[in-house]
Design a protein around this ligand. Structure first.
Ligand SMILES: [Zn+2]
Length: 310
């Protein structure tokens, strides 16, 4: 056992869950001394760790864009005293790359003088933003993206409500290797709206400016769902790209055959690529708070442009 671990890898693949399970297996009330067991998940220690309510498991995440120096000082202070009731105290530092320079240096001191009963877990999807000196003092574990199969199989256990098998597959595709992302997509209800959104956008004809404006207005009202809608269109046009390259088996919207056929019949590959570029750019711009109405109109404009290749 090391006193500090660094878990790196994409978001939503189980880094935080692993740290929590580790803390639980050390402190599970069913564990006897040096014997290694999986946490029982049922005793009061396990339950409080899973819900973030155990006094000896410190969960730290950025408040705003940064992990504040006070949060690091709380870790330093905790590491100096024995745990309240557990065998080992665990500190789980989410998005560890968000530490300030001052915070990083303060944490470094704690890592240099480890306490026997405190374990620190640093979690990040951007390890290159951590100080080398911090990385070198941790035992590093790399977490990879999950396969679509793995995500689809793991989904039912983390969902609050059951979902159809076909929808699980689609969500796994949207998740791009992240169980957390797939779960989010499924619970947002966005998948049920895919067909309507895609059909609406495709229905905007090249010669009818008014309908185009109405569609722009409908989908561009600065709502937070616009991001999700752009994701739907991106996945759809990526599917069209695959379908036109005879890679239909890799299509994510495998349950929307008609719309895929329609799209392949209507758009030539160079147009699909041009529209995909515009969609990705729009998603980027949305993060930088470009006016959503303008953004949707830009996207629709790309989609209704007559093909330059025919
Ligand atoms: Zn337990």
């Amino acid at each position: 056992m090391h006193h500090a671990y660094l878990f790196t890898g994409p978001t939503g693949v189980g880094k935080h869950t692993t740290a929590q399970s580790f803390a639980a297996s050390l402190n599970c009330l069913k564990r006897h001394e040096e014997e290694w067991i999986d946490a029982c998940g049922e005793c009061s220690a396990c339950k409080r760790i899973a819900t973030g309510q155990h006094p000896d498991v410190l969960e730290i995440a950025p408040s705003g864009n940064f992990i504040k120096i006070d949060q690091i000082r709380a870790i330093q202070k905790a590491a100096l005293s024995p745990p309240f009731e557990a065998r080992f105290r665990a500190v789980i530092l989410d998005q560890a790359h968000a530490m300030t320079e001052e915070g990083s240096n303060a944490l470094l001191k704690t890592l240099e003088e480890p306490s026997a009963r405190t374990l620190i877990f640093l979690i990040t999807d951007q390890p290159n933003r951590l100080l080398d000196t911090i990385i070198s003092r941790c035992q590093r574990l790399r977490f990879g993206a999950l396969s679509e199969d793995e995500v689809a199989r793991a989904l039912p256990a983390v969902l609050e409500e059951p979902a159809e098998e076909a929808l699980l597959r689609v969500a796994a595709g949207y998740g791009e290797g992240s169980l957390g992302r797939a779960c989010e997509v499924l619970e947002s209800g966005m998948l049920e709206q895919r067909a309507e959104l895609i059909a609406d956008v495709l229905a905007v004809p090249a010669d009818r400016a008014r309908q185009w404006l109405e569609t722009g207005e409908r989908y561009g009202k600065g709502n937070s769902e616009l991001q999700a809608q752009l994701d739907v269109l991106i996945v759809y046009f990526r599917d069209l790209m695959l379908a036109s390259r005879a890679e239909r088996s890799r299509v994510i919207n495998s349950d929307l055959d008609d719309l895929i056929d329609q799209g392949v019949a209507r758009f030539a590959l160079p147009d699909i690529l041009r529209i995909l570029d515009a969609l990705m750019l729009s998603r980027e711009r949305l993060r930088r708070h470009v006016n959503p109405q303008l953004l949707v109109e830009g996207v629709l404009d790309q989609i209704r442009q007559p093909s330059q290749t025919l």
